[in-house]
Design a binder for this molecule. Structure first.
Ligand code: GRF
Length: 206
């Protein structure tokens, strides 16, 4: 996974492979989508490593399968969010990370994390922001009766799910949808969107 070429469909990107550090709290299907895009050479990137905060998170097995190192930084071991973020920054910097990619990361970022990486901290959220920021976005969209929802990739700022939007994908709500069925279809779009949006962010095409 170390040697990559620039994909034909992105002639504007002439740089070195992007160095992505992934932050994940759970299952890690977006991590896998990014790994697959790198393997397919549609995303010119390398993953420097995965940081996870929940022991037993599914992303650990996925990282192992992909040959990517993973490292536990458990927020429960820290007195405050700043010291937690400081350890994350030190680890990411040690790995030579340039882009911080939150993929199902359930912790709110502080200045300590955002300042060193500037605009190069990305997140994916399962709604069409600015609608339904925060937790239980799919559940709340369904309860509100919206007919179209989706997912958003955005740059991370201090306020939750509020940074500049890079890309979105729309997903219709179907009759009989449950939170699980709707979230599954949103995730299909997330997996398509996130690798593409990372590249758009990198070439400034957002
Ligand atoms: C995704 O739906 C993402 O939008 C949200 O958390 C979920 C993570 O899924 N922030 P996964 O762990 O990548 O499978």
């Amino acid at each position: 996974m170390d040697v990559l070429t620039v994909p034909e469909h992105c002639p504007d990107y002439r740089g070195e492979p992007l160095r992505l550090g992934i932050l994940a709290s759970g299952k890690g299907s977006n991590f896998t989508a990014i790994v697959e895009a790198i393997s397919a050479q549609t995303l010119p990137a390398v993953i420097t490593g995965v940081i996870y905060n929940n022991p037993g998170a599914g992303v650990v097995q996925r990282a192992q399968a992909a040959g990517v190192k993973s490292h536990l930084i458990n927020h429960r071991d820290y007195p405050d969010r700043e010291s937690f973020d400081q350890d994350i920054v030190s680890t990411l910097k040690n790995w030579g990370t340039e882009w911080v990619v939150m993929a199902g990361w359930m912790r709110q970022a502080t200045e300590v994390l955002l300042k060193p990486f500037g605009a190069q901290v990305l997140n994916i959220h399962p709604s069409l922001l600015p609608a339904f920021p925060g937790i239980k976005a799919v559940e709340r969209a369904l309860a509100a009766g919206v007919k179209i929802t989706g997912c958003t990739v955005h740059r991370v700022v201090l306020a939750v799910d509020s940074g500049p939007i890079i890309a979105q994908a729309a997903v219709p709500v179907l009759p009989g949808d449950t939170v699980a069925s709707l979230h599954a279809r949103i995730q299909q779009q997330e997996h398509r969107l996130y690798p593409q949006a990372i590249l758009w962010a990198a070439v400034g095409n957002s």
